[in-house]
Structure formats: structure tokens, C-alpha cells
Design a protein around this ligand. Structure first.
Ligand code: TRP
Length: 363
């Protein structure tokens, strides 16, 4: 599904992030900007954003403080990027205990071998050095993520493409559960992933061009980076190593500066920052031909990114003096989320026939 397909008033939207550090531009183009568009359209019944602290602990059990301190950082990132808490319920995963009970029942539908085949899990096992010994909690996080989605009867899940295997897993669980329990009136609906329209935004590469932008790879520009840091990072971004002199012909493929322009640049940016060119195609053509230096293109990109981040930075400095209010909002919302999830859990237990209250003989 892409953002042009319309959501409707019956849709429940849910997405989330692990609190393991601040959000970066990969998160912004991969998911946050779609969230902002959905929020502006307002065409939904409910919209949840979950700060997935329990999921973060599945590979950070020994770094509790990092996860704990990142909760408020991620919340500030959301709010400063423009997520409006009056329109979107932002909550903390571990404060919704219903999720863990539901996960237990869903675990019965998923073979271990299925989790081991999940391509995102496979990559992460290698990256985390879990090859010899995988924590059960970590291997199981796709099931727990399926629960995050199903506990709120979500129909739309805005994510980047590394999360597609999780949505696939969720859909398989929905089929298995509905087939087994009460197939005549299925409890769960099939969720759909909502990907960014532009391919490049689904998996934004890092500044080093080696892997996708991520905190662990140290190749990210953060929403909270100050002006000087952003500029330094952009000026050091990987371009075409064979484009040595300005006059050399250059390659735009695999060139990070052009990848970011694909993700962030709009035609109006040329009018404001680089009026000698009409659009990105013209700029690319000149680069390919030779005669266009990296510095000029990098400074153009820098202008675009600074313009995006400036209002975010301003809001952040206001939010930093309202930390307590933000925590209160998160705690309040988590209670609301918990009572919503409770209703779905009860429905689930009814369908499974394990609501033992029904065993009481009434006279
Ligand atoms: N796995 C997601 C990430 O790493 C975070 C997440 C947890 C999530 N639960 C979710 C995303 C439910 C979408 C829906 O960023």
C-alpha cells in the first residue's frame, strides 16, 4: 500500500520505534514523514505510535539505562517532528501488559524455523553476534510485534521495508488464529504495511554508503544534530571516489549525496538554493558529464536538510523544558492503550474459549 491509497475512518493506524537512541533521517523519510501525512489527512479512527521499549530490551538486556533514557528522547523526536499528541496516541510498550499475555497465545502459532527464516531477524542475528546463542526473547520479537499490531485491531502499519517480514508474520498469525478459533466470525483483521512512495525512502543508506542509515553503523544524521554537525556530516558523505577533479565525469548511482537529494529534494529547492538548475535531472546530467564539483552539490543538500531540521530543533528546545509533561502524556496514553488492548484480549480469549468466568454456573 502507498500513501496515495486512501485510509478511511474505520482504519486503525499503528507503528512504533525501538528506543535505542535518537531518531535519524532514515526514520524520518522511512516512517515519520508518512505518519505526518496521515495525521494531516485525519482519515482514521485511531492512530497509535508505540515506543517499543520491551522490543528494544530483546537485544539490550544489559543496557537498560540506554533504553530507559531513550524513551523520552524518541518522544521528543516525534513531537518536535510534528506528531500531534491530540491526534495520535503515543504510548510505551511495557506499560501495556495485555500485550504480553496476547503474545503468549500467538507464540503457539509460530514454528521456531519460521522465525529463523525471517530475513530481518537473520540479518540482526549476524549483526548482534547472536549466531551461536540466540536469546528466545529476541527470536520471538516478530511475534511480539504482531501482537502490537493486533492488540489494537490495526489495519495500517506505516514502516520502512525492513519491517515487511514482520507484517508478513502478523498476517500469517491472523490467518492461523482466525482459521482455528471462530472462523465463522474472525477476531482479527489483516493489517497492511504502508511504505513510503519513493524507493530510496524505504531504506535510506548511511553517510558511508555501506549499509542503511543506523545508529549502530555510526553513519546517521540525527533530527537533533546541531547545524554545524549536520554540515560536517554532509561534507564528509561518500560520493564517487573516481570523481576527483571538478572536470571529471561523475557517477550519481551509489553516490550518497545524490541518494539524499532523491529522498529530500523538491523542485522548489532549486529556485531557492540553486537557481542555475531547473531540477534534479539537470543537476545529475551535469555531474555525469563532468564540470560539477562535489562541494557545490553538498552545500545544496546541506541547505535542504538544514531547512528541514531548523523548525524541528526549535521545537525541541521548547520541549526540553517540558519533560515532566511529556512523561505524563506518555503514562496517561499508555493507560488508555492498555484499556483498548484489554477489550481485544477479552475478545481473543472468548474466541479461544478460555474465559473461565463463563464456567461459573449462574442461578
Ligand atoms: N520493529 C520496529 C523497529 O525496529 C519497532 C516496532 C515495534 C514496530 N512494534 C511495532 C513497528 C509495531 C511497527 C508496528 O523500528
Amino acid at each position: 500500500m502507498n500513501i496515495k491509497e486512501n485510509s478511511n475512518k474505520k482504519d486503525v493506524i499503528l507503528t512504533g520505534d525501538r528506543p535505542t537512541g535518537n531518531l535519524h533521517l532514515g526514520h524520518y523519510v522511512g516512517s515519520v514523514s508518512n505518519r505526518l501525512k496521515l495525521q494531516e489527512k485525519g482519515n482514521y479512527k485511531k492512530f497509535y505510535i508505540m515506543i517499543a521499549d520491551t522490543q528494544a530490551l530483546t537485544d539490550n538486556a544489559d543496557r537498560v539505562d540506554k533504553v530507559k533514557n531513550s524513551i523520552i528522547q524518541v518522544a521528543i523526536d516525534y513531537l518536535s517532528a510534528g506528531i500531534n499528541p491530540d491526534k495520535v496516541t503515543i504510548f510505551i510498550q511495557s506499560l501495556v501488559p495485555e500485550l504480553f499475555e496476547m503474545t503468549s497465545y500467538f507464540m503457539n502459532f509460530v514454528p521456531v524455523s519460521r522465525l529463523q527464516r525471517n530475513p530481518t531477524i537473520k540479518d540482526e542475528i549476524k549483526q548482534r553476534g547472536f549466531v551461536k546463542s540466540i536469546p528466545i526473547g529476541f527470536l520471538n520479537y516478530p511475534v511480539s510485534q504482531a501482537t502490537d499490531i493486533l492488540a489494537f485491531e490495526s489495519s495500517i502499519v506505516p514502516v520502512g521495508d525492513d519491517q515487511l517480514p514482520m507484517i508478513e508474520q502478523t498476517r500469517e498469525i491472523v490467518s492461523s488464529f482466525n482459521n482455528l478459533y471462530k472462523p465463522e466470525s474472525p477476531v482479527f483483521t489483516m493489517p497492511k504495511a504502508l511504505l513510503p512512495e519513493e524507493e530510496i525512502c524505504r531504506r535510506l543508506p548511511g553517510l558511508d554508503a555501506k549499509v542503511k542509515m543506523s545508529k549502530s553503523a555510526g553513519n546517521a544524521i540525527y533530527l537533533c544534530d546541531d547545524e554545524k554537525t549536520v554540515k560536517e556530516k554532509i561534507m564528509s558523505a561518500y560520493t564517487d571516489p573516481n570523481h576527483i577533479r571538478v572536470s571529471d565525469p561523475g557517477n550519481v548511482d551509489g553516490n550518497i549525496v545524490f541518494a539524499y537529494l532523491d529522498a529530500f529534494c523538491q523542485e522548489e529547492h532549486f529556485k531557492r538554493f540553486l537557481p542555475e538548475y531547473k531540477n534534479l535531472d539537470e543537476l545529475k546530467q551535469h555531474y555525469r558529464k563532468g564540470g560539477l564539483g562535489d562541494v557545490k552539490v553538498k552545500l545544496f543538500l546541506n541547505n535542504i536538510i538544514q531547512e528541514l531540521l531548523e523548525p524541528i530543533r526549535e521545537k525541541r528546545s521548547y520541549l526540553l523544558s517540558h519533560i515532566n509533561d511529556i512523561y505524563e502524556m506518555l503514562f496517561d496514553n499508555s493507560k488508555k492503550a492498555s484499556s483498548e488492548a484489554r477489550k481485544v484480549l477479552e475478545k481473543m480469549k472468548d474466541a479461544m474459549g478460555i474465559n473461565y468466568k463463563n464456567l461459573l454456573i449462574k442461578d
